[in-house]
Design a protein. Sequence first.
Length: 642
Amino acid sequence: MKLTVDIPRVTDDDRVIEAALKDAHIPSLMAALVHITGDAGIVRGEIRPASGFFIDAQGGITEAQQARVRALALEALKAYRDGKKLGAVPNAALVHEMVEFIAGREMRGDYSEFLEAELALAGEDAYAQPGLKALPAQDRAKFNVVIVGAGMSGLLAGIRLKEAGIPFTIVERHGDVGGTWHQNTYPGCRVDSPNHMYSYSFKPKDWPQHYSPQAVLKQYFADVADEFGLRGSIRFNTDVREMAWDDDRGVWSVVVEPRGGKRETLEANAVISAVGQLNRPKWPDLPGQDTFKGIAFHSTQWEHQHDLKGKRVLVIGTGASAFQFVPEVAKVAKEVVVFQRTAPWMCPVPEYHDDIPAGKHWLLNNVPYYAKWYRFAVFWRNAEGILDAAEADPSWNQTDVAISAQNDQVRQMFYEHIKSIVGDDPELLAKCTPNYPVAGKRILFDNGNWLRALKRDNVRVVTDPIKGIDATGIVTKSGERYDGDVLIYGTGFTASKFLWPMRVVGRGGRELEKHWNGDPRAYKGIAIPHFPNLFCMYGPNTNIVVNGSIIFFSECEMRYILSCIEQLIRGKHKAMDVKRDVHDRYNDVIDAGNARMAWGISKAPTWYRNEKGHVTQNWPFSLIRFWMETKTADPRDFAFTD
Ligand code: NAP
C-alpha cells in the first residue's frame, strides 16, 4: 500500500481563510507553513511550543504570538491560493528539526526514527515489511492464514496480508465488522483516545469530534473493510470453536461453526488471533443475581428495546462504560442509583464531547501538510502521556494515594477537577475521591459530564457494598434496600481470559487454557511457546494505560507478524515456535516493569490484574520501546522446523 500525501489547493476567499485560522493548532500550522513558504526560519524563531502534560494544547504559545502566526499564515495561504508554488520539500535534517519543534524537545536516535516514520511525510509506509512482498508471488500465494475476528486488529491483519499477496480468511462471530465498536452500542459510547491518533496510520479521517461517538467509529471500520475489499474474505456469524496444530503437516486445523449451521474445518499455515480483550461480559457473582424480576442486561449487550424513560434504574459499576452511559440514562430515567465499589480517577478533558470546529475542518482539508503535522502533534502529546507519573519513585516517601512526586502532582490536579464540580457537596466529594494512586486503575476522561450527572436530583451514588440482589432490587451490607425496574451491569469484561472460550491445542496436545493456567503470557504479546505459527494481536501485556492508542500497538504487532510470515516462507519452514527461555526472560522484564507502575503497586481492583493478582494485560514501558521491539522478528528467538 502506497500512502499518498494529499496536497490540497486553497480556493476559498480571504474571509474564509481568516476565519478558519482562528481554530488553528498553532504548532502544526507553523510546521505546515514551512512546507508552504519554504522558510525554515518559521520553526527557528522565538515562537516555539513547549511540551508536557501540564502545558496547554497550543504548547504555551501566547495569544499575541498566535496572532502573529495567523497573520503570516493568512498571507502565505492567500499567495498559495493565487498561484505561488509550495516551498522546496524539506530535507531529512529539516524534518528532524520540525519534529523537535513540535515535540518541544531534543530527539535522538531511535526516537527520531520512530517519530519520523509515524509522520510518514513522504508517504512511506512505516509498518509494511517490504521483504515479504519481494518474495516470489507463487510462494506467498501458497501460504494461507486464518484470522480470528474482524475488529480493528483483524481488519488490519487482513489489509496487510492482502497487500502482501497472502491468502487469508477472517472468521467473525458477529454479523458485521468493527469488533468492540460493533458490539458496544450503549448510550454515550465514544472513543476516549483522541481520534486523530485513534485511526490507522494509513487511513486518516476528518473526524467530526475530537473523541467521536461509537457510530462514527463503527462506520470508519466499515468503510475500511469496504475500501480494502475485505468483506468477501470474512465469514460472518461464524464462531471459531477450536483449533489444533498438526506438527507433521505444519498446519492449524480450525473448527468453525456458522450460526445455525454445521461445523467445518479450515486449514491454515498460520493463525492470527485478533479477538480483542474487551468483549466477553463479566457478570458479578452476587447472591440472588438471577432472581431479579425486572429488566436486567450488561452494558455490552444493551437492550435498546426498553425505553428507560420514567424508569427506576440500578447501575452496578463505575468503570469506563458506566461513566459514559450513566449521564445519558440519567437524562431520561425517573431515578438512577449507581453502586460504586471503587471511585475512578478522571483526567479533565474539556473538549471531550466537542465537535471539531468548522475552522479546524477547513485547515485539515485545505492546508497542505497541516493534517499530517496535526496527527503527529496529537500523537506526540499522548505518546508518553503521563507514563512517568505512573511509575513509582522508590526514593520518594510513598503513600496510599501517591507513588512519586509527579504522581502526587497529577493526583492533586485531578482532585481539583473533582472538587471544582462537586466541592459544594462534601458527601459526594468524599465518595468521588479515589483512595489509591492515579493510574492504579484506568483513568477516565471527563469534561464534567460524569460528576454533573451524579449531582442530579434523580441520581444517587451508593458506596455501601452490595449484599445481594432479589426480585425487586439490590440490598446493601448495611441493610438498605434499593428497588428498581431495570438493573444494568456495567461490570466490565473477562479481559484476562485471552482467546477463551476457543479451545486451542498446540504441540503434543497441549491445551492453551491449561498451559496458561489462568496466567496468560506471550513473547511480545504475540508468540506462545508450544503453539507454533499462532500469532496474537492485542495479546497478553499489550494493553496501554496512560499513553498512546491501541491501534498503534496493533500496527506494530502486525508488522512483527508479517516479519514472522516472511521468515516462514523464505526459509520454506513448516513452523516457528518461540523459545521458552527467550519467552521467559522477556516476561521477567515485563513483570519487573509492571511491578514499578501504579497498576502493579495499587491494591485497587482492576481488570489490569488477573485473578492471581498478576498484571497480564499491560505494557509497562514507552511506545517507542514497543515500536523498536516489534520492528522485525529475530530468527534467533524461534525454533524453526522444516
Ligand atoms: P471496568 O472498567 O472493568 O469496570 C467495571 C465496574 O464494575 C467497576 O466499577 C467495578 O468495580 C464494578 N464491579 C465489577 N464487579 C462488581 C461487583 N461484584 N460488585 C460491585 N461492583 C462491581 O469495565 P468497563 O467500564 O466496561 O470498562 C472496561 C474497559 O473497556 C475500560 O477500562 C476500557 O479499557 C474499555 N472501555 C473503553 C471505552 C472507551 O474508549 N470509550 C469505553 C468503555 C470501556 P471496581 O472498580 O471496584 O472493580
